[in-house]
Design a protein around this ligand. Structure first.
Ligand SMILES: [Zn+2]
Ligand SMILES: [Zn+2]
Length: 238
């Protein structure tokens, strides 16, 4: 029987349950309710538009505070684990311990259950943001891209599925794809060529029911003595 705490000797109770020979209060005092696995999280942030690179993708943010919160939220499950005997640890929210900047101490506010008793706890980690430049800003500066397919308000899984099929059957379109960037609640696909963008957009309309595409052009300066036009294609539900 393990009804007594090995540290304080008290008998377990509904208010202060004993699990694996340790009571809730002793776990809290010893800082064992939450295990911080990674004290330091890092991510690149675009110093022009504040997009943040998370899991290989660039995601729009409203600034350093927002970027730090996005990073902390995304890596929450990797940064923090339930301590011994703790069940159902969940994230209640995120607070800033230091003023949000390129280096920010972020506090996870957490709730969990220990021997059936619900508790709240917090854990602090550091988020380091490295100034960088996102592919979209690089492209806007270099003005190299020729066409953008802006996919809006369509289920991400279905879009990814359709794109995989389109690029498998049209390797030239895949080769002309420069980058995929999260934007406006959807994704922007940047292409070197108008043709690849148009074929990709048509492929999406064909593969996902109820979509429409709309093309617009923007003048993009001269190249090799010819006036260039940049093509924008919006693909969205009808
Ligand atoms: Zn105890
Ligand atoms: Zn940027």
């Amino acid at each position: 029987m393990e009804h007594y705490c090995i540290y304080c000797g008290r008998r377990g109770s509904p208010e202060n349950p004993v699990v694996n020979g340790v009571c809730l209060e002793c776990r809290r005092r010893r800082g064992e309710l939450v295990t911080v696995v990674r004290r330091r999280l890092e991510a690149e942030v675009c110093r022009i538009c504040y997009a943040v690179k998370i899991g290989g993708q660039w995601i729009d943010s409203d600034g350093l505070a927002d970027a730090a919160a996005l990073v902390a939220r995304h890596w929450y499950g990797k940064a923090v684990r339930p301590g011994p005997g703790v069940e159902r640890l969940e994230l209640l929210g995120i607070e800033y311990v230091t003023k949000p900047s390129w280096r920010t101490v972020v506090r996870y506010r957490l709730r969990g259950s220990y021997g059936g008793r619900v508790f709240e706890e917090h854990a602090d980690i550091e988020v380091y943001l490295r100034p960088s430049k996102c592919p979209r800003c690089i492209m806007y500066d270099s003005r190299e891209f020729e066409a953008v397919v802006q996919v809006r308000r369509i289920d991400r899984g279905r879009v990814e599925n359709a794109l995989t099929k389109i690029f498998m059957s049209d390797p030239r379109a895949a080769r002309d794809l420069i980058d995929v960037v999260e934007a406006g609640g959807g994704i922007d696909l940047y292409f070197y060529s108008h043709g690849a963008a148009r074929r990709t957009a048509r492929g999406l309309v064909k593969k996902i029911r109820g979509l429409v595409m709309r093309e617009t052009y923007e003048e993009a300066g001269m190249r090799s003595g010819r006036q260039r036009a940049r093509l924008y294609i919006v693909v969205k539900p009808r």
